[in-house]
Design a protein around this ligand. Sequence first.
Ligand code: GTP
Length: 334
Amino acid sequence: MRAVVLVGGFGTRLRPLTNSVPKPMLPVGHVPIIERLVANLGRYGVTEVTFALGFKPEPFVAAFPDGHCAGVALRYAVEPEPLDTAGAIRFAAEAAGIDDTFVVANGDVLTDLDVSALVDFHRAHDAEATIHLIGVPDPSAFGVVALDDAGRVERFVEKPAPGTAPSNLINAGTYVLEPSVLARIAAGQKVSIERVTFPAVAADGGLYAMATDDYWLDTGRPELYLQANLDLLAGLRRHDTCAPVHPAARVAPDAVLVQAVVGEGTQVGAGARVERSVLLPGAVVGDRAVVTDSVVMGRVGAGAEVRASVLGADGVVAPGEHVGGERRPDPDGT
Ligand code: GTP
């Protein structure tokens, strides 16, 4: 089974982290999001993955130089310009020569889904396209489906107004598609699979969906990216876990770490405290500094306090400064 993984988005909601690292390359438990995602695809029978990229492939090629990711053979399809989700799927599938049933995954979703079960469901229903669904309390920020008893999608509504969603089952970002779906997508144009292609397949009666209660998380927002790290550390994933401290981190013996993921090459000074937070490669936490509920790639000065904040690679908190609910550098700043 082959797969296309969408990794060409700009990751604007994760700025400033994504100023220096593409979203799929941000580590969750010391391993890039994309590598954990591909590992799960490979676990359930995917043997080749094509990364659908909207721009520079260099960080990916550098991370996976031997043409494999998590043991799965890798190809790259680089769009001349971002083609949106469906346009990117068509472009990548053609570049890879895909002419049989294939899997698609959003590159920022972490899930324990048994992908082979989704493929089996797709085949059993003779579907043209099948979507993995997850139940959430508030579906208004997602693509929401209404299903009949056979699992056929009656309606697919992208981001319904609050209170108007037809169910609480949302598009969880993993699909099984027949090659005929590609013919529905205008070549070389920006087309959204969520807004254009899925509603069209549903209208023709070929769109099915399978709900599961597997671990699932969309890493697209900072608090969810942080959550993905803490969940892994807490042992909430079926197949994976992670060590709290990377062997190449330098942590002072009297520093206190509580539910913290401390990445490669980071430094944590004497008497510092890091709680419910992620320190990414490059992060420096000064002596006696306190970091809580935050993601840090930059520098926290001695004695500073950082709460519920995101520091990108160029983010600096001065010694003794107190910071809460900030992003540095400010992604909206000039
Ligand atoms: P935000 O900018 O923060 O919304 O993130 P994003 O750019 O990743 O957008 P979004 O999360 O909505 O995208 C869903 C998935 O599709 C992600 O895996 C993106 O990488 C991917 N994606 C979105 N647009 C494109 C595109 O034009 N080309 C490619 N190749 N992938 C895309």
